[in-house]
Write a protein that binds this ligand. Structure first.
Ligand code: AMP
Length: 579
């Protein structure tokens, strides 16, 4: 595999955005290009193509982009490139504000991955983490701070976070920060940053409040709208489209499970990077699939060999990047799987166009991490087609499916095969056993021979509830939103948290802890009541268990709290009990 940045093959079918722009074309320096090549990123996503050049030039930027579009790299790469080489002081040169601790950690990890060779020192700071460690790290000197607003302000007040050298401020997922009540904190933080600075604002939605914020703090910004409503509906092929919500850690198992149930003739699984292609190919081979990798780091000869195996039916799964799969037409393909939600609706349309051609029936499946749910909605809106959220097959579903396949195989054999040679066995066994028993034993042998692999080893994959963005109720009337064994309820449950005002708990601490631990959206959380010694948080009833176990595993204001379902939820006002 060469480590040089890849330029898409000019003879290949163009991407839906016809400009075949590579990372080298964006003006990024060699250290960053090397990091991207090592990560196996083959080409910039649309938002990266549009945002990186103006950000490198120092412009302010207002970008509408959700998680999954590649927006983190879009602001992180220019920011790293713009770090002054002779960073004399210990104070940070950039500040990134994010709504949750989960995102703070994720964004700093991204900075770290891209900026290692440049020696970037990145520090996430967020509530819930012991402040001592943050103080020591800040003291030792950092270049980039990625913080939740509450904790950032805390450090500014203590004088431990000094913004005097900050040249760039990024407000990431700004709409979510506003929803979580961070507006004032953000204003206060910006007051402390130098006036002469670059300000970058990313938001998945553009309500008036975000516009107001942009007008107040951005100077002549470049505006980028990635989820633009291009009329691609007409081009989108009619294929059955479904998605599964699944946590990252369970993705390989979920892919296996879905493929088992779907039994595709041949499938292509799209990944974001070469790295992921290689890793997933190995995992799927380990699970008994005949998977082949296809990515831009392979020679033409290698690629031809892979395609040959797929066409000949000696491979049934192709794991590929977009670049490598461009221009590829395989008759046999029945399924397209997006291992992640694609970075733009156009890319989704392009990928699923590989099936359902010429009247053939096709299936498109997307595995989406909970945070990428919004991007799915955008794709639905842009394509004008519905993506059904399905429940990941359970072990029981898989068992049933396998029995169905065995039954179908037996049926076929009964209808078509010459079974005469076996009559002697059945006849001699029937002297000793009941015919039904003989049949059962034969079915069992057939079942085990065609579908090896013990289901006992299969673990259940946790189902993730679908939530609509605004109502806080389970969204999508689709089939996937219920957890097994839980009542479907549009109601809410109050969760009791044994820390309150005396412990310095504020609503945003609770919201931050919950969204950080559960992947829930701030909007899903209802009213929050903070008493002296405890707090009550209203959450959708179906998610209460998830919230409770998440909060039990984390700290709030550095402390562990008693967390449980509030006793008075189903009846009258027993809140007084707590007081
Ligand atoms: P984000 O939208 O920033 O949350 O990024 C979503 C995911 O895409 C992250 O896992 C990134 O590592 C990955 N990613 C970002 N840009 C690219 C790219 N150009 N090629 C491949 N993967 C990418």
């Amino acid at each position: 595999m060469s480590s040089a940045p890849v330029r898409p093959d000019p003879t290949a079918e163009p991407s839906t955005d016809d400009e075949a722009i590579a990372f080298v074309d964006l003006g990024l320096r060699d250290e960053l290009l090397a990091a991207l090549a090592a990560l196996g990123y083959e080409e910039p996503t649309p938002i990266q193509r549009e945002a990186i050049p103006p950000l490198l030039a120092g412009r302010d930027l207002l970008g509408q982009a959700a998680t999954g579009t590649g927006k983190t790299a879009a602001f992180a790469l220019p920011l790293l490139q713009r770090m002054p080489p002779d960073r004399a002081t210990a104070d940070p040169v950039a500040l990134v504000l994010v709504p949750t601790r989960e995102l703070a950690v994720q964004v700093s990890e991204a900075f770290h991955r891209y900026g290692k060779e440049l020696g970037a020192r990145v520090l996430p700071i967020y509530g819930g983490q012991p402040i001592g460690r943050q103080l020591r790290a800040l003291d030792a000197g950092v270049d980039i701070v990625v913080a939740t607003p509450g904790r950032a302000l805390d450090h500014i007040a203590r004088g431990t976070l000094r913004l005097g050298n900050v040249g760039t401020v990024v407000l990431d997922e700004a709409d979510e920060m506003l929803d979580m009540g961070f507006a004032e904190d953000i204003e206060a933080i910006l007051e402390h940053a130098p006036e002469q600075r670059q300000t970058v604002l990313f938001s998945a939605t553009m309500p008036a409040r975000i516009d107001g914020m942009a007008r107040a703090h951005l100077t002549d910004p470049i505006r980028i709208l990635i989820a633009r409503e291009k009329p691609v509906a007409g081009e989108a092929p009619r294929v059955r489209q479904s998605a599964y919500l699944v946590a990252r850690a369970h993705k390989p198992a979920a892919l296996g499970r879905v493929l088992d149930v779907e039994s595709p003739t041949a499938a292509i699984v799209f990944c974001r990077s070469r790295e992921e292609v290689d890793r997933l190919t190995e995992t799927m081979n380990g699970r008994g699939y005949r998977a082949e990798a296809l990515h831009g780091g392979m020679s033409q000869e290698q690629r031809d060999r892979v395609m040959g195996r797929l066409r000949a039916g000696t491979a049934d799964l192709l794991v590929a990047t977009d670049v490598a799969a461009r221009g590829l037409d395989v008759e046999q393909l029945s399924h397209v799987v997006n291992y992640d939600v694609p970075s733009a609706p156009e890319s989704y349309v392009h990928r699923i166009g590989r099936v359902g051609r010429a009247g053939r029936e096709g299936v498109a499946i997307t595995l989406a991490e909970p945070r990428a749910h919004r991007m799915l909605k955008t794709i639905e809106r842009v394509t004008g087609q519905r993506i059904t959220i399905d429940k990941i097959p359970t072990v029981a579903d898989l068992r049933n499916r396998r029995l169905e396949l065995t039954q179908a195989a037996l049926r076929e054999s009964l209808l078509e095969d010459d079974l005469e040679p076996f009559r002697v066995i059945v006849e001699s066994l029937s002297d000793e056993f009941d015919l039904m028993e003989v049949a059962l034993a034969a079915v069992r042998l057939a079942h085990e021979a065609t579908l090896p692999g013990a289901l006992e080893e299969e673990e259940e994959i946790p189902q993730i509830a679908v939530r609509s963005a605004r109502s806080g109720r389970p969204g999508h009337e689709g089939r996937g939103e219920r957890r097994p064994g839980r009542p479907r309820s549009a109601g809410t449950t109050q969760v009791f948290v044994g820390l309150g005002r005396r412990a310095g708990v504020r609503p945003q601490d609770l919201v931050g802890a919950i969204t950080g631990e559960t992947g829930m959206n701030g909007r899903d959380i209802g009213s929050i009541e903070i008493a002296d010694r405890f707090s009550l948080v209203e959450v959708p009833a179906g998610l209460a268990d998830e919230v409770i176990s998440g909060l039990r595993g984390s700290t709030i204001k550095g402390r562990r709290a008693t967390v449980r379902r509030d006793r008075d939820t189903d009846g009258g006002d027993r809140r007084r009990q707590h007081r």
